[in-house]
Ligand binder design. Sequence first.
Ligand code: PLP
Length: 357
Amino acid sequence: MINVTRSFLPEFKEYSDMIKEIWENNHLTNRGPLAQRLEKEICKKIDTRNLLFVSNGTIAIQLAIKALEISGEVITTPFSYVATTTSLLWENCKPIFCDINEHTFCIDAEKIEQLITSKTTAILATHVYGIPCDIEKIELIAKKYNLKVIYDAAHAFGVTYKGQSILNYGDVSTCSFHATKLFHTIEGGSITTQDADLLKKITLLHSFGHVGDEYYTEGINGKNSEFHAAMGLCNLPKLELLIKSRKESSELYSELLNLTKIRRPIIPAETEYNYAYYPVVFESEEILLKVKSKLSENQVNSRRYFFPSLNKLHYLEHSNPCPISEDVANRVLCLPLYFSIEPSAIKTISNIVNEAI
Ligand SMILES: *Cc1c(COP(=O)(O)O)cnc(C)c1O
């Protein structure tokens, strides 16, 4: 069975050596020494500042919404993982879906302005598959209308745009370090911002809103453990290797697949991409279903990622049509891609896909 993803694991000994320290100092969680070391190491590695390691990528978005005091309507992308939308709902914000750009599959910045009302307070956009949003245009709109910007960068760890870590853009960028992501800490996530005071506030919020006996504000538990941090410390030095391996696998897919009948997203200029996923868009949903079932007959598990378009979630009270997102969501499949996937597996998969289309 070839799965769509496979978590990277360091050598067992490497991890067990890393967690020895936990037994020595009996510090298990609450932003302990390993968590703080991981924060520093990530900042060094990807050249960012003010990063907080949290328990997952979803609480990261919710903490950002809370800390930036976002309320009312938030313009967001319909083409993302469901957590992008549910984070807004959970924080009592109303998601206003803006259709996506047909080339990058990220929010179409040209269509944001027409959705702004007196109730709009923020933009929450995803660098989907690790592809940067139209950051400049979004920044201009945000300035003009005094809106906050949060980037859900859950797929984008290791991506740079114009020579900067992608996490350095927006008022806040959040990331997920879930086991299925390119770089992982089993469960985990991060929050980055250029505003050191804001990060202080978020740090307080992620730890129940109190420090010792001083109770400052209503917080939540967004802390992560030393065991998770240890996994991150083992995996982080391999980031280049993880990206390189995915790049080679992606290039092999692109070489073998019949790309005249498959559409691929376009990576904007001045991006150093992380090859987090290998999405392919077929000519119709019918063809997608045929490919998916042929793959599955051959023990290959692909995934309809992302489907459905989030504006179609049945529990939304309000929604607006997003024809491009709905169309792409109906026809897109992510092919298996993970560290050290065998070239022979990629060949098999490509042959099955080519035959089915
Ligand atoms: C994975 C993911 C999340 C959620 O991250 P968790 O760490 O699993 O909570 C949020 N947004 C996107 C786009 C994701 O892919």
